[in-house]
Design a protein around this ligand. Structure first.
Ligand code: MN
Length: 238
């Protein structure tokens, strides 16, 4: 299991340099979502693998800076706080606030996962269409890439209020699905593993696009790094 070995090496801080290319960036990013060690809940903001202005003209530098450095970091802090409060509740044997804590865990935990996938699946010199096994699966499950994109883009544009368009692998039926998540955690499907996501909270696009969400979603097609989506698909769909 070379893949698992690499992940452990990355988590322990060894082998990051030794593992070359896109894969090392992908694994290094993924590893940030793991607790540092069992019982120690300190998720950390994964660094961007590109410059803040690298996504222009699709997404402007200021939006990337605030979205990654403030919003994403806010969900990391929120998740860490929820996990700490849950640990405290277990130690004290007091679960009076379990409803609020469970909500905080779902909201911030889902926010972390979706932002981590968002920032690690977009990049400069991207766009186009996937190839390999992912391309085959998209054709099988949606008919064609064009039909897939039309459904994904429309789902993203039509999210009610704040949320996400999500391409996910659904392991029980072994098929790809497109979901329309509200907030971060609503309208999701149990067990589905997100592969590629489009953030349609206003903080993701409002500085440049104002109320023109559809324009942002159409432009988003040009920054999807399908190689990274393919890597995630191949890991999850084994
Ligand atoms: Mn966001």
């Amino acid at each position: 299991m070379k893949d698992e070995l690499s992940r452990r090496e990355v988590i322990s801080g060894v082998g990051v340099v030794a593992t070359a290319g896109i894969l090392s960036q992908f694994l290094a990013t993924e590893a940030h979502a793991q607790p540092k060690e069992p019982g120690v809940f300190a998720h950390q903001l994964p660094p961007l693998s590109y410059a803040e202005d690298a996504l222009e003209p699709v997404i402007d530098k200021e939006t990337v800076k605030i979205h990654h450095g403030k919003h994403f970091d806010g969900y990391i802090k929120g998740l860490n706080a929820a996990l700490e409060k849950l640990e405290k509740a277990r130690i004290e044997g007091n679960f009076d606030n379990i409803k609020a804590l469970s909500r905080d865990l779902a909201f911030n935990g889902s926010g972390v996962v979706l932002h981590w996938i968002y920032f690690s699946t977009i990049g400069p010199k991207a766009g186009g269409a996937p190839s390999g096994k992912l391309a085959d699966a998209i054709k099988r499950d949606f008919g064609s890439f064009e039909t897939f994109w039309k459904q994904f883009a429309t789902a993203s544009k039509d999210v009610e209020a704040s949320g996400w368009g999500v391409l996910a692998w659904e392991p029980f039926s072994k098929r790809l699905v497109i979901m329309q998540a509200e907030k971060h955690q609503n309208l999701t499907s149990w067990g589905a593993m997100p592969l590629m996501v489009c953030d349609v909270w206003e903080h993701a696009y409002y500085l440049k696009y104002q109320n023109r969400r559809a324009e942002y979603v159409d432009a988003f097609a040009n920054i999807i790094d399908w190689k990274k989506v393919e890597e995630r698909f191949e890991r999850y769909s084994k």
